[in-house]
Design a protein around this ligand. Sequence first.
Ligand SMILES: NC(=O)c1ccc[n+]([C@@H]2O[C@H](COP(=O)([O-])OP(=O)(O)OC[C@H]3O[C@@H](n4cnc5c(N)ncnc54)[C@H](O)[C@@H]3O)[C@@H](O)[C@H]2O)c1
Length: 319
Amino acid sequence: MTTIEGKRILFTGGCGFIGSNFVRKIHNNNEITIMDNLSGGKEEFLSDLISKGKVKLLKRDIRDPSSFNNMGEFDMVIHLAADSDVRQGAIDHKFSLDTNVIGTFNLLEFMKEKGVREMIFSSTSAVTGDTDVLPTPETFGPCLPISSYGASKLASEAFISSYSHYHGIKASIFRFANVVGRNSTHGVIFDFINKLKKNNKYLEILGDGSQSKSYIHVDDCVDAMIHVFNRTTKTDIVNLGNSEVTSVKKIAETVIEQMGLKGIPMKFTGGPEGRGWKGDIKHAFLSIDKMTSLGWKNRYSSDEAVNQAVKESLKQILK
Ligand SMILES: NC(=O)c1ccc[n+]([C@@H]2O[C@H](COP(=O)([O-])OP(=O)(O)OC[C@H]3O[C@@H](n4cnc5c(N)ncnc54)[C@H](O)[C@@H]3O)[C@@H](O)[C@H]2O)c1
C-alpha cells in the first residue's frame, strides 16, 4: 500500500475547481507538476504557490500527444483535466471526446512509456444514465449514458481499466456526485449567483426545479480521494457522494436567502421532461456504501455542503 506522500505527481487540470483545492491540500508533501491549458481553470487559484515555485505549471493541452514530451519523471498521475461543460456536450457531441477520451488515452500512453504505475481519475455519476436504482451502486449496469460527457467518462474508465491490466497500473477511479465549494467556475450555485448578480428581479431556473442530486463539498471530495487511495491496492471504482439529495429549488432558495433577496420570483424553464437540458440526469443519487465501508465519512451533508458552498462562492463572486 502506498500513500500520496513524497511523490512526484503529474496533475492534469490542477488549476480547475477541484484540482486547485486538491493541489493546495497535497503540495507540501509532494512535488507537483500541473498540466493545464487554462481553458476552464485559473492560474490565480494557485498563483501564490506557482510564483514561489512550490508547484510547477505547464500550460499544455492533453489533446496533443506532443504535450507530454520532455516532461521528466513521475511516480503518480492525478487526472482531473476534462471538458466539464456538460451542457455544451448536448450541442456539440464531439466536445467531450477529444479532451476526455483522446486526452486520457494520450496520458495513459505517457504513463505506459514512463512506467508510471499509480493514478487517480475523476469520473462522474453521469456514466450510469437514467436509472430507477437509487442510490446507485458502483456495480450498477448496464451503464447507458444519456450525455456525450457521461459517455466520454465511461470510455475513459474502460481505457484506464485496460491499461491497468496491461501495464500494472493501480488506478483509483472516483465517480463524483455534484461537487461544490470554493473556486467553482461552473454549476448550479455559480449559475444562480451570477444570474442574480446581473438581475435580481427574478431567478431563471433550468428545468422544473424538482431535479434532485446529491452534493459533496470539495474539501470532503478531496479528503475522501486521499483517504481511499491510501487504503486500496488495486484498480477500482468508488462513488464519492452523500447520503441524501438536495433539489434544485432548495439550492435556489438557499442562494436567494444568503444574498438577502427575500421573495424574489423563480421562473422555471420547464426543460425537456423537467430536466435542466437534454442529457441532464434528473435524479442522480450515488450509493456511498463502498466509500463508507472504506472508513470515510463526510463532514458536510448534501444540504450543508450546498450552504457552505454558497457562502464560499458569494465571497469570491461578489468581492
Ligand atoms: N465539479 C463536479 O461536480 C464534477 C462532478 C463529476 C466529475 N467531475 C470531474 O472532475 C474533474 C474536475 O472538475 P472541475 O469541476 O474541477 O472542472 P474544471 O473545469 O474546473 O477543471 C478542469 C480543468 O481541466 C483543464 N483542461 C480542460 N481541458 C484541458 C486540456 N485539453 N488540456 C489540459 N487541461 C485542460 C481546465 O483548464 C480546468 O483547469 C473533471 O474531470 C470533471 O469531469 C466534476
